[in-house]
Design a protein around this ligand. Structure first.
Ligand code: SAM
Length: 181
């Protein structure tokens, strides 16, 4: 979970394509985890590979990070919104993140939606916040990293306890310790 027990941040990956997006989607989920989200939800093609990668990295490097697949993401978002959840849609057509991030609530259930293929137009109306990380096209991974870092701040090692290994920051190279059970 985020350090704040009153805030749960999920990332919804819309429109994953098994033939084109495997690597990008895997990196998106790893970025969600590393930058402090509590959950990633895959939608689009039902591809087990990204979910296996996310679970494997979480088990090895620690932390609590939920991973799931949602076959009807727009229905899921409507229901999430009706139950009081906050939807943040990352889009190059939105409002500048640095001028609007302080308006986004810092408690409750928040889902950050990122696209792969063209997103349904309905999403712009359903979202509580349409947020741009610059108004130029780039990568969903870059947009997510910048947004989460601004929204949640830096993540310390305490966020990633309980894994089978821990990274010890070093100037000299790779230092990885194996944790006891
Ligand atoms: N090919 C698709 C299209 O043209 O509609 C979208 C490709 S884009 C790389 C995929 C996702 O990255 C978008 O849905 C959005 O979530 C995110 N993205 C790209 N540029 C962004 C920006 N400047 N600000 C925020 N999100 C951005």
């Amino acid at each position: 979970m985020t350090d704040d027990p009153d805030l749960k941040v999920s990332v919804l990956r819309l429109g994953h394509r098994v033939d084109r997006d495997k690597r990008m989607t895997s990196h998106l989920g790893l970025t969600a985890r590393a930058f402090g989200a509590d959950q990633v939800i895959l939608s689009g093609d039902d591809d087990p590979t990204p979910i296996e990668t996310w679970r494997s990295v979480t088990s090895r490097f620690g932390g609590e990070f939920e991973c799931s697949y949602e076959s009807r993401p727009m229905r899921w978002l409507r229901s999430f919104s009706k139950s009081g959840g906050i939807i943040v849609h990352l889009t190059m057509y939105g409002k500048p993140w640095n001028e609007n991030i302080d308006n986004i609530p810092s408690e409750g259930n928040v889902v950050v939606v990122v696209g792969g293929t063209k997103v349904p137009g309905e999403l712009f109306g359903l979202a509580d916040y349409n947020i741009a990380v610059g108004n130029q096209p780039h990568s969903e991974v870059a947009a997510l990293a910048v947004f989460l870092n601004s929204y949640l701040g830096s993540q310390g090692p305490e966020k990633f306890s309980g894994g089978s290994v821990s990274v010890i920051p070093s100037e000299d190279g790779k230092v990885l310790v194996t944790n006891d059970d």
